[in-house]
Design a protein around this ligand. Structure first.
Ligand code: GAP
Length: 455
């Protein structure tokens, strides 16, 4: 039997664990509220009651997503002579999905509660527990797991019978069906990569955790083609795992919030020889951020595509290494990781390169024409290169508070000193330190500041 002291310690430890969880969920509520209030993410078709698994991005959310995608494209395409990009159609000939194996194997296990007929994913243990709570201790009888295909069907054509096609369940197949086109229309040679960013759709059984698991989402993917040599492929698999993990860290995700987790054989997608997830320690647990997959010759083999080396005349089916990240998950996790509270201030400590606005310009007083005119001139000149906010309402403190909450890294104030010495106050978001910078040096100042945070 445990001693009283041991029981007390155990109770205390458990209460701490619960307190920590409550604090984390509180954080999620704050993120959801901030996202809606300030125009990052809204529930999809909200005025009609919303639609489960669909989200709309507001004026700041679209900027955050665009900045993430721009950094990804720069790092994966522009910085690499061995990678080119494409943008394939969302709807493809349904034969693509038959060949790729998705019609048979792109499934999740579904179970149904025999009391209320609610359907959930059989492998989501937490959801099962939640559901049991709803029925207040009644013993729930679940149906046997059934395989449920995730591809979203669409009907094409105007006359019956219409053609049943699918919204793509992964953007990847658009790359494979264009493999030959890219080889024939460019001078690229193996090893090389094809990159793509675009929408994917999955008929998820249980979308949830805000925008984390949606039915419509965006992916950013690289398919890297190599000779079918297992040793070389495994080396590259390790290379991409590290490179992708570092990309998130360099852009500001705290390294201790990320980990790599190898898939067990029974978790792997039908196309994967090996798979490793980059996971993020979110308020709802460690969750998949990005998947790194060794797809072997599965896809090109299924599409009956080969590569001919123009120098040696050797013909083979290349292996494919894939990095597949979600743009929406990145937007959500960057928001969560950047969220800070200091005293009564909320600060989004986003990397300036990702922040929606790069700067905000204020005239000290809205009714002093000479200050407003100079501030307008600065605003217009910075706007040629950067997305810049303007604010002349309320007092300066409130304006800082408002910009901190959306992650604007620099606030510029035109005050009475500007009239005499031609300088403006630049206030830094994270330190609240202030510096006076000459008006004519502002562009150079910003270029330098942003260059330091670029990757
Ligand atoms: N082409 C490989 C592939 O699609 P995946 O692991 O199924 O692999 C890759 O998906 C990434 O796409 C995930 O790591 C995640 O970031 C994103 N993703 C997948 N399903 C999603 C969903 N329902 N909602 C939001 N993002 C999703």
């Amino acid at each position: 039997m445990k001693s009283d002291r041991k029981i007390k310690i155990l109770r205390f430890a458990r209460s701490l664990a619960y307190a920590r969880d409550d604090k984390k969920m509180d954080l999620m509520d704050k993120i959801i509220s901030l996202a809606k209030r300030r125009g990052f993410i809204y529930p999809g078709s909200e005025i009609y009651g919303g639609l489960s698994g669909f989200w709309d991005y507001g004026p700041l959310g679209i900027e955050l997503k665009k900045n993430i995608k721009r950094q990804w494209w720069k790092n994966m395409v522009y910085d690499r002579p061995d990678v080119v990009g494409i943008d394939a159609a969302i709807i493809m000939n349904p034969a693509v999905w038959r060949s790729s194996g998705h019609l048979d194997a792109f499934t999740d296990p579904l179970i149904e509660c025999k009391i209320c007929h609610q359907r959930i994913r059989a492998d989501y243990v937490d959801l099962k527990k939640e559901h049991e709570k709803i029925h207040q201790g009644k013993k729930i009888d679940w149906t046997e797991p059934k395989s449920f295909n995730l591809l979203t069907e669409v009907l094409l054509g105007t006359t019956e019978p219409k053609l049943k096609a699918y919204l793509r369940g992964e953007i990847t197949q658009g790359v494979f069906v264009n493999f030959q086109n890219v080889v024939n229309s460019t001078r690229i040679k193996i090893p090389f990569g094809i990159a793509q960013i675009g929408k994917a759709f999955r008929n998820e059984i249980t979308p949830g955790n805000f925008s984390f698991r949606s039915r419509e989402f965006e992916q950013m993917e690289l398919e890297y083609f190599v000779k079918p040599n297992e040793k070389e492929a495994e080396k590259l698999f390790e290379f991409w795992k590290k490179k992708r993990m570092m990309w998130y860290v360099k852009l500001g995700i705290k390294a201790q919030h990320l980990r790599l987790r190898d898939h067990k054989a029974d978790e792997r997608a039908h196309y994967a020889r090996f798979a490793t997830d980059i996971e993020y320690n979110s308020p709802f647990g460690w969750k998949e951020f990005e998947g790194i997959h060794h797809r072997g010759d599965w896809d090109l083999g299924r599409h009956k595509l080969t590569y001919k080396d123009s120098q040696t005349n050797e013909e083979y089916t290349p292996f494919v290494l894939e990095t597949s990240g979600g743009v929406d998950r990145a937007a959500l996790f960057f928001l969560i990781d950047a969220y800070h509270e200091e005293n009564d201030r909320v600060i989004l400590k986003l990397n300036p390169i990702l922040a929606p606005f790069k700067a905000a310009v204020f005239p000290l007083l809205a009714n002093k024409k000479e200050l407003v005119d100079i501030a307008r001139e600065i605003y217009q000149s910075l706007s040629k290169n950067y997305y810049v906010a303007w604010d002349s309402r309320g007092n300066i403190g409130k304006r800082y508070y408002s910009q901190d909450e959306i992650g604007t890294p620099f606030c510029l104030t035109v005050d009475y000193d500007t009239l005499s010495d031609n300088t403006v106050t630049v206030r830094f978001r994270d330190t609240t330190k202030q510096e006076r910078v000459k008006k004519e040096n502002l562009i150079e100042f910003f270029t330098k500041q942003l260059h330091q945070t670029s990757i």
